[in-house]
Design a binder for this molecule. Structure first.
Ligand SMILES: [Zn+2]
Length: 508
């Protein structure tokens, strides 16, 4: 129904816009920026800006030897610098903090196997040694290679082809190496994909790769028939300690006791530049952070670009562990954005009320989910609850009792028929066919969810940046993480510096 009141509202809004553009309010101090408004903030999020950011991150990755943005790599350090420089260019709107973190990572790796020039799907084994060989014949190993006598003398200088089963990978590889094989290829003994696993620890074994059962049996049959099958392999991983940073930007405006906190991870895996995972979320935040800098907020707004998410949420966990319980209790809501432009997307909102997956978050998680649901509903866009399992940077915040929500468009899960009917794409295929792979680049982003999710982030920032009305208060008992080390830089300045707007009557 189109009623009288809505017509009035349109007129009033139109007048407001005209007045403010014709006659800007005098700005005697920076504290008099206008209070954030939903529609203008949402309308200022454009696909071209999101894409420019994504392209910049891809260029940063591709300018480095491993073409990725793994925590501690040159690609990641330059990503951190990119976020920091972009935020600093906004003047003094944000206080920017870099929080250092070191952990062991795989900077680059290769898993390639071919026979007679044809590539096969392959995998490496954990703790497998680096190895490269070219045009080396395959030799079949009898039985399962568990006994030294299973290994023919002819493996010397060649590559041993061995079936999985009965004994450990280490035993098979040790036996083949003892007879002089230069490498081993183990194929599966069941229809369970490519043979892979762990060798248990550091060792001096010959390099090893895995194949599927079907590929292994086919190659073994050709060798058995007397054919010379030459193989080439390239298995290596460069693993070392890497140091990089969380980037944390805190708005100058707003009440530091009622913080809206938004985060996205800035690192990738070693296989690719990580543009959907998670250049998309990183750029969504950066674009909104830039747009917000024209406005005043009543709540303090913090943005974080977390490092080492791909190593196990380590950057975000480090932040939570080094925050005091008192500081964590000031976070009214943490919003997470990880993969918001998946090529075979659906529109997901973290299922904070447990309606789909029966896992609920701290009170407020449901309210934030509803905020997003209503916003997409109003645009006639269907959304689904997304599993609220803590498998991204919000996990440590959930553990600390902070209400959480967020958006995602799917990772390695498989699109349903129903979702295909709604969003298009391909049912039965992963939401992101390039998940954790080299193809996770700008050319494979889905543009529609990228833009609409970017605007949804802006809507949440405008809403809670202005008021927490209707949002449950944090309970002191929600903070379950004990005070540990303090991050003094963040603590000491916060209450004194960021006090613009706190004098207003707030409806928290
Ligand atoms: Zn991710």
């Amino acid at each position: 129904m189109k009623g009288f009141n809505s017509a009035m509202a349109i007129t009033a809004a139109g007048l407001l816009v005209m007045t403010s553009s014709a006659e800007p309010l005098p700005r005697s101090s920076k504290c008099e920026s206008p209070l954030v408004q939903d529609k203008p903030l949402v309308d200022s999020i454009h696909l071209k800006d999101l894409l420019k950011c994504a392209q910049d991150l891809e260029d940063i990755a591709y300018a480095t030897p491993y073409r990725n943005r793994v925590h501690g790599s040159e690609g990641h350090k330059n990503s951190v610098k990119y976020f920091k420089d972009t935020l600093e260019a906004l003047g003094d709107y944000y206080t920017i903090e870099l929080q250092e973190y070191t952990t062991e990572v795989t900077f680059g790796s290769s898993r390639v196997f071919s026979a007679d020039g044809i590539d096969f799907a392959t995998d490496s084994f954990e703790y497998g040694n680096n190895g490269t060989w070219t045009d080396v014949p395959l030799v079949n190993v009898a039985n399962l290679g568990c006994n030294p006598e299973d290994i023919p003398d002819s493996v010397a200088g060649n590559v041993a082809l061995i079936a999985r089963g009965s004994c450990t990978f280490v035993q098979k590889i040790t036996n083949a190496g003892a007879k002089g094989a230069v490498a081993a290829i183990i194929y599966n003994n069941a229809e369970a994909g490519i043979a892979a696993g762990t060798l248990g620890g550091v060792n001096d074994l010959i390099p090893v790769g895995g194949l599927t059962r079907a590929d292994g049996l086919a190659l073994a049959a050709r060798v058995e028939a007397g054919e010379t099958v030459t193989s080439s392999g390239d298995y290596w991983a460069y693993v070392d300690f890497g140091t990089s940073h969380n980037v944390i930007a805190t708005s100058k405006y707003g009440d530091p006791n009622n913080v809206l906190f938004l985060g996205a991870h800035s690192d990738s895996v070693d296989k690719g530049p990580g543009i959907n995972d998670n250049g998309s979320g990183s750029c969504g935040l950066l674009t909104v952070a830039k747009a917000l800098s024209k406005w005043r907020t009543n709540s303090q707004v913090k943005f974080a670009w977390w490092t080492a998410e791909e190593e196990g949420l380590l950057g975000a966990e480090h932040f939570v562990e080094t925050s005091t319980a008192a500081d964590l209790a000031k976070i009214r809501l943490y919003l997470n954005f990880d993969m918001i432009a998946s090529p075979n997307y659906y529109l997901g909102i973290y299922d904070g009320d447990g309606s789909r997956y029966n896992i609920t978050g701290p009170p407020g998680s449901d309210v934030a989910e509803k905020l997003f649901e209503d916003w997409f509903d109003a645009k006639n866009l269907t959304t689904f609850g997304s599993e609220f399992n803590g498998r991204s940077d919000y996990g440590p915040f959930l553990d600390a009792g902070v209400p959480c929500s967020g958006l995602d468009t799917g990772a390695d899960g498989v699109k349903t028929e129903e979702e295909m009917t709604i969003y298009g794409g391909i049912a039965g295929e992963p939401y992101d066919q390039n998940y954790h792979d080299a193809g996770d680049n700008v050319s494979n982003l889905a543009l529609f969810p990228f833009e609409v999710n970017g605007k949804a982030i802006a809507h949440a920032v405008a809403t809670y940046g202005k008021s927490w009305e209707g949002f449950p208060a944090r309970l002191a008992s929600n903070s379950t993480i004990p005070a540990r080390r303090h991050v003094h830089a963040r603590e000491s300045g916060a209450s004194k510096r960021h006090n613009c707007g706190v004098n207003e009557v707030l409806d928290y």
